[in-house]
Design a protein around this ligand. Structure first.
Ligand code: ADP
Length: 249
């Protein structure tokens, strides 16, 4: 029933127009050398979709994620968010887009070392228009007894859980995760993916995960394969699995 409703929801015009990426290219010019990091990439993301991006190193995955999140600008093409085109020339508007709508999770957590776990989350909550309760999120990621610990006293997996709470407390519409388990062992990776998957279901947010790990593709609704700056193909996953159900080959 729930799945049926979700599928039905995906067919509405509103969800189809959540994010639309049209012919996006990105060139990095360093002296005489031009790197074509992205070449005419087009796709759509629907509300509540779980997308996994796979591809070799240097294929343009992070560049795509950063442009989607308004951290970087494209050299050509267009991105529409809820029917509105992102204006690459308007830095203020891009900052507002990032603050209001986008949550980021990075491979190396990027927590502020001088703030406790809870304070890291609270700081991000202040930026959101409709933030979630920071302590409640700390509880949900299983760190209620470590809320007053500084990052240096937390393990990698715990720091990533704080980073996820921080990304979510802004109550963003889309969560962009760049190799979120890249620095973690497989057991901790499953815990972190579980959290992302639970939040995806509970708050019904779009989640995009970049990874090198083919196994993680099993949790996606759709898998985007990047190669040489191109979106080579998209595969739809008829039966996305929970991270705990994934066969970790
Ligand atoms: P991936 O995430 O798939 O490893 P990236 O998006 O990081 O790939 O990089 C795509 C290409 O763009 C690579 O050739 C990389 O060296 C180049 N690149 C990325 N960022 C920059 C930058 N700031 N300046 C110059 N080249 C860059």
């Amino acid at each position: 029933m729930e799945m049926g409703m979700k599928e039905e929801g995906k067919e509405t015009i509103e969800s189809q127009e959540f994010i639309k990426v049209m012919d996006v290219s990105k060139d990095y010019i360093t002296g005489e050398v031009t790197v074509h990091a992205l070449r005419n990439v087009s796709f759509e993301i629907q509300k509540q979709e779980m997308i996994v991006i796979l591809g070799p190193s240097g294929s343009g995955k992070s560049t795509m994620l950063n442009i989607l999140g308004g951290i970087e600008t494209a050299s050509a093409g267009e991105i529409c968010f809820l029917g509105q085109s992102l204006d690459w020339t308007d830095k203020k508007a891009l900052t507002m887009y990032r603050r209001k709508h986008v949550g980021f999770v990075f491979q190396f957590y990027n927590l502020l070392p001088g703030l406790t776990a809870l304070e890291n989350v609270e700081l991000a909550a202040e930026l959101g228009e409709h933030p979630l309760d920071p302590m409640e999120l700390i509880r949900q990621v299983g760190l209620h007894d470590r809320a007053d610990h500084f990052p240096s006293r937390l393990s990698g997996g715990e720091q990533q859980r704080v980073a996820i709470a921080r990304a979510l407390c802004k109550n963003p519409d889309i969560l962009l995760c760049d190799e979120p388990t890249g620095a973690l062992d497989s057991k901790t990776s499953v815990q972190v993916l579980n959290l992302l998957s639970e939040f995806h279901t509970k708050y019904q947010k779009a989640v995009v995960i970049i990874t090198h790990n083919q196994n993680i593709a099993q949790i996606a609704d759709r898998v985007f394969y990047f190669r040489d700056g191109c979106l080579e193909r998209i595969e739809k996953n008829p039966n996305p699995r929970k991270p705990t159900e994934v066969e970790w080959k």
